[in-house]
Design a protein around this ligand. Structure first.
Ligand code: SF4
Length: 283
């Protein structure tokens, strides 16, 4: 007998990723007139990045590798120093930073301008978090680095846009527990984006209503990993895959209801392939 598959309504590309991909495809046009680069892959999806490369948009690891051309800033954004550096090198910039990420960057900058020290709730190595730290002009830190020895009168909390509410709440509690007694003022900005919240809510409902959940998206994608964590907290039979070839028929033995969701950088056609492959599996 076949499996019953339910796909989350908002699985796949979010507003910010759609926008960045469109900006990149538009820039490539019928063949770019100048070399076009992205600092790191445009989105956390190897298939899309390969397609863009074929169209002439190349990911590079560092600005040092560039002498001319155009740089597309990814939806995650970059520290202001990188924009400055690119301009000094005469590299043209097309900024595809997601407006929600921009808002988080502005919150960090505003807090610092008002004399606050800022703690970022986020994944240490994620480029969005590195960019947020850059907007802190030396007064922003990762929440992971907060310790008893620190003492700041005014503290702000800003969140990576793809974090969960639970992580933000844990972050607030940590600040209060570790340095709360010494604080004069605490200002909290919930900068988790609407797309992330909707996906996370849907993911919870999907996990509650399924026997198996498949989360599709890059293993290095923060928001996809978070969806897998959220689902796994409710349903142990949760699997994070990058493509249909990773599906293992054993996962579905004796199961009936399969939920499928996908991260914000997973294209529809990859989700479609996964769904089609699951439908062929006999339980
Ligand atoms: S997940 Fe949210 S903040 Fe990140 S690119 Fe998508 S819409 Fe923008």
């Amino acid at each position: 007998m076949g499996l019953r598959v339910t796909v989350a309504l908002h699985a796949g590309f979010c507003f910010g990723v759609k926008r960045a991909v469109k900006i990149a495809f538009d820039a490539a046009g019928d063949g770019p007139e100048e070399p076009i680069y992205t600092l790191g892959p445009l989105i956390h999806n190897p298939q899309v990045v390969k397609k863009l490369e074929e169209m002439g948009i190349k990911p590079v690891d560092s600005l040092d590798m560039l002498k001319e051309g155009r740089l597309i800033i990814r939806s995650h954004g970059v520290p202001p120093q990188v924009l400055e550096d690119a301009r000094k090198r005469g590299i043209k910039v097309t900024d595809a930073t997601c407006p929600f990420v921009k808002k988080a960057q502005q919150k960090v900058a505003e807090l610092v301008d008002e004399g606050f020290y800022v703690f970022i709730v986020g994944d240490k190595l994620h480029p969005e978090v590195q960019a947020l730290l850059g907007y802190g002009k030396g007064r922003a830190f990762l929440l992971d680095d907060l310790d008893q020895g620190m003492s700041f009168p005014k503290v702000g909390i800003v969140c990576q846009t793809t974090q969960s509410r639970e992580n933000l709440t844990r972050g607030i509690m940590k600040v209060l527990r570790v340095i709360g007694g010494k604080l004069e003022e605490l200002r909290i900005h919930n900068t988790i984006c609407e797309s992330t919240l909707i996906r996370q809510k849907e993911c919870m409902a999907l996990a509650q209503a399924s026997d198996v959940v498949i989360v599709v998206g890059g293993k290095n994608s923060a928001n996809t990993t978070r969806l897998a964590e959220i689902s796994r907290a409710i349903l142990e039979d949760t699997y994070h895959i990058e493509g249909a070839e990773e599906l293992d028929p054993q996962w579905f033995r004796g199961k009936c209801r399969v939920g499928v969701t996908a991260g914000a950088s997973t294209p529809d056609w990859i989700i479609g392939e996964v769904v089609e492959r699951i439908k062929l599996i006999r339980r």
